[in-house]
Design a protein around this ligand. Structure first.
Ligand code: FES
Ligand code: FES
Length: 185
C-alpha cells in the first residue's frame, strides 16, 4: 500500500485493469494522482489539469472520464481502466496497432486518452460512423497529428475487431456443430 500526498488519511480500494488495489489518499487527491504517483501507472498523461484536453482520460466503470477532475475518494469500489490494460498476452490492442499503422501518433501525449475514448466507443459498436468517432474523441485534443489519421485508425481497428469477432463466432459455431454432429442418428 502506498501513500499519496503529505496528508494521506483514507484508504480506498478499487480495481485497476482488473486488479484489486488499495491506496491511501488525502481528501484532495485526484484519480490521476493516485494512478500516476500512487500506482506508478504513468501511461495516463496530465495536460491541462482542468478537464479541457482529455489527455488524462481513463475508463471508470466503462465510461470515459477526465481523471484530473475525479476526486480519488469517488473511485472506492469501482473499476478503473487505463492504457496499461490494453495490451494482452504480450500483444498490443488492435486500436494500438491501428494507431501505429495509420501514423496517428506523433508526440504521443494525447494517445493514451484517445485510445481509452476510442475503446469505450468500440465496446458500444464495431460499426461506428465518422460522426460517432468524432463525437467519441471530441473531448480529446491533439496538437500534432491532425484528426484524420486518428479517425482512420479507429475506423480500421473497428473493422479488424469486427472481422476477428466474426471469425471467432464462426469457429465456435463450427465446434458446437461438430460436438452435436449427427446427433439425431
Ligand atoms: S489533464 Fe485532464 S482534461 Fe486535461
Ligand atoms: S500526438 Fe502529440 S498531441 Fe496528439
Amino acid at each position: 500500500m502506498r501513500e499519496v500526498g503529505p496528508g494521506a488519511r483514507t484508504t480506498i480500494s478499487f480495481r485497476v485493469n482488473g486488479e484489486a488495489v488499495e491506496v491511501e489518499v488525502a481528501g484532495d487527491d485526484r484519480l490521476i494522482d493516485v494512478l500516476r504517483e500512487g500506482l506508478r501507472l504513468t501511461g495516463t498523461k496530465e495536460g491541462c489539469g482542468i478537464g479541457e484536453c482529455g489527455a488524462c482520460t481513463v475508463l471508470l466503470d466503462g465510461k470515459p472520464v477526465n481523471s484530473c477532475l475525479v476526486p480519488a475518494l469517488q473511485v472506492e469500489g469501482r473499476e478503473v481502466e487505463t492504457v496499461e490494460g490494453l495490451a494482452k498476452d504480450g500483444r498490443v490492442h488492435p486500436l494500438q496497432e491501428a494507431f501505429i499503422e495509420h501514423t496517428a501518433v506523433q508526440c504521443g501525449f494525447c494517445t493514451p486518452g484517445m485510445l481509452m475514448s476510442a475503446l469505450a466507443l468500440l465496446r458500444e459498436t464495431l460499426d461506428p460512423t465518422k460522426e460517432d468517432i468524432a463525437r467519441a474523441i471530441s473531448g480529446n485534443l491533439c496538437r500534432c497529428t491532425g484528426y484524420h489519421q486518428i479517425m482512420s485508425a479507429i475506423e480500421d481497428a473497428a473493422r479488424k475487431m469486427k472481422a476477428a469477432e466474426a471469425k471467432t463466432s464462426k469457429a465456435s459455431g463450427a465446434s458446437e456443430a461438430s460436438k452435436g454432429g449427427g446427433g439425431e442418428c
